[in-house]
Design a protein around this ligand. Structure first.
Ligand code: NAD
Ligand code: TYD
Length: 354
């Protein structure tokens, strides 16, 4: 007899957001069995979950969501009651140099999970849920004014956002066509510990630490809306348990920053933490060729989630950014491990070749 109330599959749980979500669910819900399925690409790292790896309600399964037969077999074997799907190729720059990888992982991988869920739940959809984690980038790029709401028409402009948009459409298609119980959330840029140092904030923290140039794309005028990763995980928990089937919820920090302003703020924090004279880190700022098709501005209106489900971000940006810097500075081993090996090759190709 299964001693757990529910078995929940979290895909991509050894990556950045997924590892925070797995930790939250494993600790908060001892009656749920949490199965973390991950291929462990360059972005997935079991060290992210060292603290909970021996918990009795946790299990890790190494698998590729693109492998249709294996995914179907795992759904048959575990009989998941719920799926929270985060596994994806997630970095825009990599989607520019290798779009095809994104089509397989983000589109084909999602369809394989949808098919497997549909198959095992076909006779009883009660209390089942397929929760798809998506991004605000599917809505495209904003001008100086306005916000993304749940009904903003999709207008993805990078191979990454196009692949995520495509997976969102497929999830909605399975809801309408097959009545699969689904929910989707689209979140703004996350930051916090355990983020792979290819994304802006951890990349720049690592470079400042090593006194390496800080490669700012274009003029640094692009704007992102930043949310602390644990606030995203809490929103996912709330939507998983209280969200309405078939609905979409936007999640955002109401916290817009021009890249250059954010970078200057980060430089000031790092100078203080590293006991370097003020201005040392800002001197590392180097303007490089802009990202192709670089979206100007993302900004989320999360009032639906706030008004209907009572969510709000818990941290102010200053506090979150300090916490994040502290995390990277006190987890040197983690940073050194993930930036050894293949990372060096990636870095050379992405930045030195320009
Ligand atoms: P990440 O790159 O840190 O982690 C992705 C994880 O997915 C890794 O552990 C990787 O090994 C795994 N994975 C990739 N391909 C796989 C495959 N074929 N089979 C099984 N596992 C595979 O990404 P993240 O930043 O944690 O993002 C997680 C999800 O949240 C993604 O779906 C992303 O689109 C979405 N999202 C991210 C952000 C953000 O700011 N990072 C914002 C909004 C939405
Ligand atoms: P990123 O963290 O890659 O997230 P996304 O593109 O998905 O929003 O980038 C955040 C912003 O920082 C984006 O406008 C691109 C910019 N950026 C740089 O200027 N230099 C860099 O080296 C990186 C990785 C990003």
């Amino acid at each position: 007899m299964n001693k757990f109330k529910k078995t929940i599959l979290i895909t991509g749980g050894a990556g950045f957001i997924g590892s925070h979500l797995v930790r939250l669910f494993v600790n908060k819900y001892p009656k749920y069995k949490i199965v973390n399925l991950d291929k462990l690409t360059y972005a997935g790292n079991l060290a992210n979950l060292k603290d909970i790896e021996n918990n009795s309600n946790y299990e890790f399964v190494k698998a590729d969501i693109v492998d249709e037969d294996l995914i179907q077999k795992l759904f048959d074997e575990y009989g998941f009651d719920g799926v929270i799907h985060l596994a994806a190729e997630s970095h825009v720059d990599r989607s520019i140099s290798n779009p095809t990888e994104f089509i397989y992982a983000n589109i084909v991988g999602t369809v394989n999970l949808l098919n497997a869920a549909r198959f095992i739940w076909q006779d009883n959809l009660k209390n089942k849920l397929f929760y798809h984690i998506s991004t605000d980038e599917v809505y495209g790029s904003l001008g100086e004014k306005g916000f993304f709401v749940e009904t903003t028409p999709y207008d993805p402009r990078s191979p990454y956002s196009a692949s995520k948009a495509s997976s969102d459409h497929l999830v909605r298609a399975y809801y309408h066509t097959f009545k699969l119980p689904v929910v989707i959330s689209n979140c703004s840029n996350n930051y916090g510990g355990y983020q792979f140092p290819e994304k802006l904030i951890p990349l720049f923290i690592n470079n400042i630490k090593h006194k390496k140039p800080l490669p700012v794309y274009g003029k640094g005028e692009n704007i992102r809306d930043w949310l602390y990763v644990e606030d995203h995980a809490k929103a996912i928990d709330l939507i998983y348990h209280k969200g309405n089937i078939g609905e979409t919820y936007n999640i955002g920090g109401n916290n817009e920053w021009k890249n250059l302003e954010l970078i200057k703020k980060l430089c000031r924090i790092m100078d203080k933490k590293l006991n370097r004279p003020e201005g040392t880190s800002a001197n590392l700022i180097t303007y490089v060729k802009d990202r192709a098709g670089h979206d100007l501005r993302y900004a989320i209106d999360s009032s639906k989630l706030q008004n209907e489900l009572g969510w709000k971000p818990s941290l102010q940006f200053e506090e979150g950014l300090e916490k994040t810097v502290d995390w990277y500075l006190s987890n040197e081993q983690w940073l050194d491990n993930v930036t050894s090996g293949a990372y060096q090759k990636y870095y050379k190709e992405q930045y030195v070749k320009r």
